[in-house]
Design a protein around this ligand. Structure first.
Ligand code: AR6
Length: 186
């Protein structure tokens, strides 16, 4: 599995599966979520509503993921995951717990992608917008988790490309630097 970085709009990616930075309600929102529902059309929301009614009455828990159709998007599936809100610095131990939840978003999304048979997956920088996670910290958590899964999770045969799609040059630059560091050392 190759980890690649692209600067751009996740809704335009030609991949098998697109990961959405959703919220527990699965009913849409702003940021990546809004863009995916706008570009993908109402079929995605209809499946989200059905999933909610059948399995997630209390909402999809943070750190978990679930797949729907990709509607009109140039992908086969959207995998919706719920990132954690970045904790307030005074919340202490919450940072470790929510770091694990952010890693879990990537783990669960790629696990579902593998189950579906997706060979290419586009991933956003989950939690770094509305949920306020600092980009550098988010990049470390995301890249370390996906690299680890590539090494140990059996994904090497299942998924060819995990493509992080970063919105803007700043986010791209941070991911590029952290990927370089994690691959080759600082
Ligand atoms: N393509 C790629 N990245 C994007 C795009 C796009 N089209 N649009 C924004 N980003 P966010 P979160 C970047 O807020 O922090 C929603 O309302 C953005 O610059 O989408 O996990 C949900 O419904 C940022 O770096 O997700 C939830 O309520 C990153 O994607 C809540 O926001 C994630 O930003 C989730 O917040």
């Amino acid at each position: 599995m190759e980890i690649t970085l692209t600067q751009g709009d996740i809704t335009e990616q030609q991949v098998d599966a697109i990961v959405n930075a959703a919220n527990s309600s699965l009913l849409g929102g702003g940021g990546v979520d809004g863009a995916i529902h706008r570009a993908g059309g109402p079929e995605i929301l209809a499946e989200c509503r059905a999933l909610r009614a059948a399995h997630y009455g209390k909402g999809l828990p943070t750190g978990q993921a679930v797949a729907t159709t990709a509607g009109r998007l140039p992908a086969r599936w959207v995998i919706h995951t719920v990132g954690p809100v970045h904790p307030d610095p005074r919340e202490g131990a919450e940072l470790a717990r929510r770091t694990e939840l952010l890693a879990s978003c990537y783990r669960e999304s790629l696990r579902i992608a593998t189950e579906l048979g997706a060979r290419s997956v586009a991933l956003p920088a989950v939690s770094t917008g509305v949920y306020g996670w600092p980009m550098e910290s988010a990049a470390r958590i995301a890249l370390a988790e996906v690299m680890e899964m590539g090494r140990t999770g059996g994904l090497d045969e299942a998924i060819d490309e995990a493509r992080f799609v970063l919105f803007g040059a700043d986010a791209y630059g941070v991911f590029e630097r952290v990927l370089q560091e994690l691959s080759h050392g600082p």
